[in-house]
Every structure is written in C-alpha cells, then in structure tokens.
Write a protein that binds this ligand. Structure first.
Ligand SMILES: [Zn+2]
Length: 419
C-alpha cells in the first residue's frame, strides 16, 4: 500500500476519534449549520500508465475524469485496479474511470476494488469515450466483498474505456454550453472560479423585453462528480426550454433561466467521488459559503434578483432511483402550489412513470435547495435521477418536466410580479 494511503487511513481513524469529542450544538443554535466532521486532505489520483510487458497489456488514467489509484497484475491476463476517494469521510459513490489496451487481441479479467465503499455502479465500456454500453451480467460479476467486482472482456490495440458511468466531462458540458450560446437569447459568462482555478460558467437564457421578465428559473447541476444522470437530465431539460416549440417560445417571452451546469469542475476533472478540491461536499456548504464554487453561484443569483426575481430553483443530482426532494405543500411560498401541479403535469405527459416525491428531506443539511427556498421564498427542488434509470426514459421525463414547468409557471406567476 502506498505510504500516502497508509497516512490517509491513519488520518481517518484519528478524525473519527476527534469527532467523538465535538460538543453537541446548543439547543438554540441554527439548525442549518451542523458541525462538519474533520476532513482528511485531498489526494489526487495519479494520471499515469501501468504497463504489463509480460502480457502486452497497458492501463492508463491520462484523460479528464479518470480515476484509478493503483493497478497490479494478479497473473497472466488478470489485474486488480483500485479507486480510492479524494478524501474522507465521504459518501459512498465510488467513481472509477480508466482505459485498457493490449498489443494483440486477448481476454482480460479486471478486478475492481472501491476501497471499502460498496461498488455502486455497474461498469460501462466504450471504444471512443462517447458511446457507452453497460456491461452485461456475464461480463461483470460482483465479488464476495461488496467493494469488489470482476470484469471479463476482450481487449485489443484500440483503448477500451471503462468507467462507473458514461463519462460526461467538464469539457463535454462546456462544449454543450457553447453550442447553446449560438442562440440569440443565450449568453454564456464566467461567474467565478473553482478552488483549482477552473472557470464556472453560467448560461443566461433571456428573450424577454429588457427588465420585463416575470421571473427567473435557476438551474444548477453536477455538484457531485459521479452524478452523470443528473447532467443528462439537466441538458435535456434546458434543451426543451430553448427549443422552437410554441410552449417554449411563450415561456421565454416572459421568463428568464439562469443555468450553472457544472458547479464542481475540479471534482469532475479529477474523477472525485463527491467533493471539490478542498475535499468539501459543496451541497453541504449553502449556509457557510466557505467554498468559491457555492459563493459564485449564490452571488450570481443574488446579483440578478433586482431585475429578475427567482421563481423556481432546481438542482440536478443522481441517487439510487428517481426522486424529487421538495418542500411540503403547506409551506408558504410563491408561486403557491407549483410543486404539486408541476409533478402532476409530468405524470400526465408520461403516464407510465411513477413520480416519487420526498418533501422536507434532510431539513438540517445546507443544500442548495434549502438555501434558495429560505432566501427567496420560492419552490426549490433537488431533482434526483436514478443511477440506473433507463437513459431513454430519463430523456423523456426530463423533457416532460421542462414542459410541465413552463406550462405551470405561465399559469401561476403574474405578468408583473411583486417586487
Ligand atoms: Zn448529489
């Protein structure tokens, strides 16, 4: 085991011991700011190649979003790869991504180990890094340990990409944003920089007459690097809002949309499991705003509210199944009653789709949706997509969600909102 990992583990034990001594918050302390446990330092995964000359097999992790901490040979054509998280403690969403090739076509077996976290994702493979397939059951067998599984697959001279989910990198999201920028009512700008100095981009979708917007929808995404299905849904949702349909044109005549598709570019680039480059879960920072990423989004939203009042906040994520984390219907907010009719509108459009809604989830966590609801008194929703949600269904539901949102905001929000 590399020395740094030994230190990491010892550090984690020490941190766990220290956590026991953290005093409980006083009864009148603000519920939105629970003490966070001490964190271990962030460890970057190496960008390197591992060559096994005796087999003519090469692994590499030299591409954006790669994560492969160690690779060893177990025997002829048999290898073990490990993905360690960027730091601990951390939620168990173990990302991994690497490439493998062989001088001559041959079968290989690759044991994937995710460092004590349950192997959550069924590996996907790709020959070009763009089109992906989920490995079928005969090519991927889970191990006796929950953090292990073994791939058996043929490789050849062309690199085979292997990843926890299909890769939607920061570069992919940037080029998607640039493609929307060609529309006359979309402006793309830098709203700040990440810990690692990467640009945070916002798409400002505004076809309203100057100063006449009835309101603005705020959309954020990819706070958590492995949550690719959240990005897929966010892109489809936004594409539906900018489409040349009668509904979208009517919506854009009255409403603006501010989109920050990638809140955690360093985490995505580094193949992180969860955190930013400071080792912080940005979606637990929407009270302290200690991190430059959350501060930049907060400031961009606040900066526009004088002229375009936020009316809805959506934060796209991924978890084990599709679920909407919402406020309860009895909470006062404007537009009143939006969430219920929005979700009903999705059901009407996709009758076979079972909506799962969890009101008031994790009320003490400093998530973006709790912040937006408190700050603006608006519906603010974490839209979670399942890790394994059928990708065609995901596209259908995300488009239906955008259509229903446009329809309901047009119906519920007065043309000249109260300032
Ligand atoms: Zn998330």
């Amino acid at each position: 085991m590399p020395t740094s990992l030994v230190h990491l583990r010892r550090g984690a034990l020490l941190c766990a011991a220290l956590a026991l001594t953290v005093p409980l918050p006083a009864a009148n302390a603000p519920a939105a700011a629970p003490a966070q446990p001490p964190r271990t330092p962030v460890v970057a995964a190496p960008a390197r190649t591992w060559e096994f000359a005796e087999d003519g097999v090469v692994f590499d992790s030299q591409f954006p979003a790669a994560r492969l901490s160690e690779c060893t040979r177990l025997g002829p054509g048999a290898y073990a790869v490990t993905s360690e998280p960027e730091n601990r403690p951390i939620n168990p969403s173990p990302w991994f991504a690497f490439r493998v090739r062989a001088e001559r076509p041959r079968p290989v077996s690759i044991r994937i180990n995710t460092a004590t976290a349950r192997l959550r994702y069924v590996p996907k493979v790709s020959v070009d890094g763009r089109r992906w397939i989920t490995l079928p059951a005969e090519a991927f067998v889970r191990g006796e340990r929950e953090d292990e599984g073994t791939i058996r697959i043929d490789v050849g001279p062309e690199p085979l990409w292997v990843a926890a989910q299909e890769i939607v990198s920061g570069e992919d999201l940037d080029s998607w944003g640039r493609s929307l920028e060609s529309l006359p009512f979309v402006a793309r700008s830098e709203i700040g920089r990440s810990v690692g100095g990467r640009a945070l981009h916002a798409l400002d979708i505004d076809a309203t007459a100057s100063g006449a917007a009835s309101g603005c929808v705020v959309i954020v995404g990819r706070q958590h690097p492995p949550e690719v299905t959240g990005s897929l849904a966010l892109m489809r949702f936004v594409e539906t809002v900018v489409a040349e349909t009668p509904l979208a044109r009517r919506f854009r005549a009255r409403f603006a949309v501010l989109v920050v598709p990638l809140v955690n570019p360093d985490g995505v680039a580094g193949g992180h499991w969860r955190h930013n480059l400071n080792g912080v879960d940005t979606n637990r920072d929407w009270d302290r705003f200690d991190q430059p990423e959350t501060r930049a989004v907060r400031d961009a939203v606040r900066a526009m509210r004088e002229t375009r009042r936020p009316v809805l906040h959506l934060d796209f994520h991924s978890t084990f199944s599709d679920v909407f984390y919402t406020q309860t219907d009895d909470k006062p907010m404007q537009p009143a009653g939006f969430t219920k009719v929005w979700l009903e509108g999705i059901s009407t459009r996709v009758p076979s789709y079972a909506i799962k809604r969890t009101p008031n989830a994790n009320p003490t966590q400093a998530t973006s949706h709790h912040w937006a609801h408190r700050e603006f008194g608006i519906p603010a929703i974490t839209y979670e997509l399942g890790d394994n949600t059928d990708r065609a269904l995901l596209q259908t539901v995300a488009a239906a969600a955008a259509e229903s949102m446009m329809e309901q905001l047009l119906a519920l929000v007065p043309e000249t909102p109260a300032r």
